[in-house]
Design a protein around this ligand. Structure first.
Ligand SMILES: C[S@@+](CC[C@H](N)C(=O)[O-])C[C@H]1O[C@@H](n2cnc3c(N)ncnc32)[C@H](O)[C@@H]1O
Length: 201
């Protein structure tokens, strides 16, 4: 009876209804800076983790690392695994990716992993970001533009794929195809000062 064409049509209709609701809910989300929830690929994640490792200074245990625009949670989970001494906070403004990242975190906790990670559903532009030791983002340049001024001096900023407009990176991390996958900055470094436009006299 369960394979009856009427039941099959009913199930298909229900599945389409659920899918349609999810898509409609997603479409109704504000497109902040039109950044889609595209997850970073493994080679970009490796470059971001490498950049963090290279510039991470020994900071007090529990130092905060932001993953700004954490999407489905993959990059934040990877950072939390690689930096157990840090407290990683993923911030995501869109409902569906946020709940998926929460579900992934519950699973990780059940496996005894990533106790140093949490997710919040917020627009990070409305958050007080200091104090923090590092911030990571895979965001478009327009969204990145206002970020450095909101981070404390000495904070490491790692941007995946896109450079932060107006800042000179400490270094860049390229992949095998020589594409730049990560840009590392330190807020308030002399390099950053050099990137500022000259003050007119
Ligand atoms: C390209 S995805 C990156 C996802 C994840 N960081 C990764 O690397 O797999 C960018 C995410 O940033 C989120 N986003 C963009 N602007 C945001 C804002 N102002 N506050 C919170 N999240 C934001 C988008 O919703 C999207 O999910």
């Amino acid at each position: 009876m369960l394979l009856d064409p009427c039941f099959l049509a009913l199930y298909a209709g229900l599945a389409l209804g659920v899918l349609g609701t999810v898509v409609a809910l997603e479409a109704a989300q504000p497109y902040i800076g039109r950044v889609p929830p595209i997850p970073s690929v493994p080679r970009v994640r490796r470059a971001v983790l490498g950049a963090l490792r290279r510039h991470w200074c020994s900071t007090p245990a529990g130092a905060r690392v932001w993953e700004l625009g954490s999407g489905w949670g993959g990059l934040a989970l990877a950072i939390a695994r690689d930096f157990p001494e840090a407290h990683v906070v993923g911030v995501e403004c869109r409902t569906l990716p946020y709940w998926v990242s929460r579900a992934r975190l519950i699973l990780a906790h059940a496996l005894g992993r990533c106790r140093n990670l949490s997710f919040i559903r917020e627009d990070f532009r409305a958050l007080e970001l200091a104090p923090c030791a590092a911030a990571v983002g895979f965001l478009l340049p327009d969204v990145l533009r206002g970020l450095p001024g909101r981070l404390p001096k000495g904070c490491v900023l790692v941007s995946a794929v896109f450079p932060v407009p107006g800042l000179v990176p400490l270094d860049t991390h390229t992949g095998p195809t020589l594409r730049t996958y990560a840009y590392a900055y330190r807020i308030g470094s002399p390099l950053e000062q050099a990137a500022q436009p000259p003050v007119p006299v």
